[in-house]
Design a binder for this molecule. Sequence first.
Ligand code: GTP
Ligand code: MG
Length: 454
Amino acid sequence: MVLDSLAKSLRDALKRINRSALVDDRLVEEIVKEMQRALLMADVDVGLTLEMTNNVERRAKEEPVPKNSNPRNHLIKIIYEELLRILGKPREFHVKPATLMLVGLYGQGKTTSAGKLAKFYLKHGYKVVLIAADTQRLGAYEQLEQVSSSVGASFFGIYGEKDSRKVVKQALEKYNEWDVKIIDTSGRNAIDASLTKEISDINEFVKPDEVVLVLDASIGQQAGKQAKAFNDSVKITGVFISKLDGTAKGGGALSAVASTGAPILFIGTGEHMEDMEYFNPARFLSRLLGMGDFETLMAAAKEFQKEIDESAMEKMAGGKFTLKEMYDIWDQMNKPGLFKKLFESMPMAAGGMKKDMDDQFFNDSEDKLKRYKVIMDSMTYYEMENPDEIKGSRVERIAEGSGYTTADVKELLKDYKRVKDMVKNIRGNRKILSMMKKQFKSGGLPEDFGNMPQ
Ligand SMILES: Nc1nc2c(ncn2[C@@H]2O[C@H](COP(=O)(O)OP(=O)(O)OP(=O)(O)O)[C@@H](O)[C@H]2O)c(=O)[nH]1
Ligand SMILES: [Mg+2]
């Protein structure tokens, strides 16, 4: 997880709000102080921090609590909105054929990020070529060649060539028909005339769809100054914040870049080629605060609803839950992958269920279903409707009648109890699902947030 300590402090503050009996001015002031400390520790600019926390304090004291909310949830909602504001607005980014040029100072992560982007496009089914336009640094050619082969992209470079424009020109001729061209350019110690000229020359010649500035998150607030300087000399279309893993200064880098108005497009979260994410401020913040990844959740919820037949949903939603219902539902839910996906995307709601996902319960369910069906055939209607009554001699009779052992019958009854508990959970989760759906459509926090199980 990136920005661990900031995340922990913010989550602790939210938990504290959730646990307080009363939201009064004193609590608001204390929470605001805690947030100030956390944001400053994460290298967020002092002015920005104060502005954000002043807004929280003012709104919490002045704004009336909406009818459908409560003071705790209202305060959390304000905090969420004000934090979101310092992360900036998302820029729409469509995955389509494109030419991208990566720029940035020495060692910021250009070459690595170029490889990550190549992998990203390859996953979307595009033909991708990486172009070695860093003709300055020794070994840059080999590094990009190696990166290309590790992700399975094509590579173009002219070994020993010093003129980057020449490389790019030949690359574009040769790979004209390819979907995605990613140009790795050379860095410098600082933005100087030679760097500006080199990038501008390629820029003019290629007219790339995206000029992506790569910034190392560990430079903290400096990232804002660099973004501004680069934007002034060569117009950038987006920023790739690399190395967000392993630095406590990421909050500074993200907020400082956002405050320049330059959109953050991607974040790098590790050294491996798959360690990259498209940056969506709301999604990022939700995850940071431990509210789950709502977009993933929504996608999984949709799939979940589509795949599970209405009648099974209804059986889960209410009424008596007997062995007969269990059998029907189980029959339909025999899709462990789907179930896992749904509940993994709900970190706070899933708690107790994850354990069930991990064991054999859903893994050998096909065999079990067959066995249980035979066992159930030996039950009376009364027993199917009242499984709690199945004890002692009933167990023996059912075992004998079905040809299975009493242990098998007991296993079925044990599983029934577990499924019954899960169903109880699902009923709760379904409520959360519909609530989230309503609220997150508008990009806000669910009014009921504070009532969700942690
Ligand atoms: N942990 C981590 N390391 C990263 C990330 N991105 C890049 N790196 C590492 O940062 C170092 C520099 O990355 P490069 O991609 O070579 O940087 P560059 O900007 O191309 O460097 P020059 O070509 O020398 O200007 C390498 O050791 C990378 O493995 C990231 O998101 N997380
Ligand atoms: Mg490089």
